[in-house]
Design a binder for this molecule. Sequence first.
Ligand SMILES: NC(=O)C1=CN([C@@H]2O[C@H](COP(=O)(O)OP(=O)(O)OC[C@H]3O[C@@H](n4cnc5c(N)ncnc54)[C@H](OP(=O)(O)O)[C@@H]3O)[C@@H](O)[C@H]2O)C=CC1
Ligand SMILES: O=C(O)CCCC(=O)O
Length: 496
Amino acid sequence: MDMKTSPLSLLKDPSLLKTDALLGGQWFAGGARFAVHDPATGLKLADVANLGAKEAELAIAAANEAWPAWKAKTAKERSTILRQWFDLLMQHQDDLGRLMTAEQGKPLPEAKGEVAYGASFVEWFAEEAKRVNGETLPQFDNNRRLLVLKQPIGVCAAITPWNFPLAMITRKVAPALAAGCPVVIKPAELTPLTALAAAELALRAGIPPGVLSVLTADAENSIAIGKVLCASDVVRHLSFTGSTEVGRILMAQCAPTVKKLSLELGGNAPFIVFDDADLDSAVEGAFASKYRNAGQTCVCTNRFYVQAGVYDAFVAKFAARVKTAKVGNGFEDGVNQGPLIEPAAVDKVQRHLDDAVAKGASVVTGGKHLAELGAGQFFEPTVLANATAGMLCAREETFGPLAPVFRFETEQEAIAAANATEFGLASYFYSRDVGRIFRVGEALEYGMVGVNVGILATEHVPFGGVKQSGLGREGSHYGMDDYVEIKYLCVGDIQK
Ligand SMILES: NC(=O)C1=CN([C@@H]2O[C@H](COP(=O)(O)OP(=O)(O)OC[C@H]3O[C@@H](n4cnc5c(N)ncnc54)[C@H](OP(=O)(O)O)[C@@H]3O)[C@@H](O)[C@H]2O)C=CC1
Ligand SMILES: O=C(O)CCCC(=O)O
């Protein structure tokens, strides 16, 4: 692409546009490259280094070599470096946001918001680095002393998705680094540029060579790299965010080395509106929860359940709100709905829509693939009434701007419908009844429940799911647990 017409020509610090991988502290070009495109326009943004299994082995070896010195640093020393990384990420918020909008498509204000969100994990774990406390336990024999030590688990690997090109990296990497572990990252094929820019800032912050590697790769090479990361005895922990399908593959691949796993997988989030809800607040929450990143987050509402008494009123108000959304290139002022990430994502939304309409749903607003706009990856924010349990959108995560609204009569019916899925990541409900808030909050089989809110993530809360939505929690003080091993130390002969 001609740099003069590229959205990346406006970077304030052009040296943040990195297209080589970071391998053991060196920028590594390798032989092959793969192209990264702007999903709004289809134009090529860059050719990026396409690494494979061999480089994955090298990155693991470099991480292992760098580990002793990194873990030997005091918690405060690691904290200071992480804090410096946080400051640099925030100083370069505009450029990181620009890179993200260019390769991922989310509107620029939302992208800059993700930069602040992503950086907040670095800030949080810089602070938590100093609080990895052990324990002393009461002795069962006065000749002994019993201690619990927390030690860094070792070399970690992180495989991250395209929908949060920065935050899914920092939510994994920051606790690992804070705990004293080196990390090998494999970012998504579609969004490597944000990851590489963040890595450049990590180097500027003083992360030593080898402690952080970023293995960029196309989809085929990602599979090969994944196999190496999973099979390695040196890699002691793998953290993955992405589809449940790939999560299952990685879990199976990690079984032979009994690796510790953090998995943040698919969701099928329900959003329940009870008769006693504040409808205007529910509509705002519904819009925020459904249409963030054009519906492409694992915590986006997938199914709306609305009680019969307020069903028609909610659908009308929600549709009116959705009509105000502006679809377009994320760099344009006022746009709050960007393109979908790739043509397959558009196809999935269309398939779910067609299936629902064939089974009796009606389109209240939206419903059109805006094929003539940009690269043809835009889809109108859509609201469907009269959705029913037999539709694909009730079972599968649409991961796009489709909002099916189901009708229910009783609280029990809503809870049963919400829980009728193998997923259990985020859920939401709106009610002003305090008894119901506790009953429903406790009955929902989900790792996260938003009550009268449509957005619930931040750096100091535990993010994660139950059932087939994953393992472990990210962010918060719990987010450090997966990166430390607990060691019991039993010291005898104290009285000698
Ligand atoms: N829970 C969540 O937050 C997310 C859920 N999804 C869901 O998954 C669907 C598909 O999205 P997609 O991007 O394909 O998600 P994937 O789960 O396929 O990809 C996520 C990450 O895993 C990598 N990957 C894929 N297969 C392997 C493998 N066998 N070994 C090692 N790494 C692998 C990808 O690399 P590469 O990009 O190079 O293929 C990417 O870095 C979405 O439509 C959505 O429903 C998607 C993203 C995030
Ligand atoms: O969609 C995802 O991959 C999870 C990130 C969402 C969030 O942190 O709110």
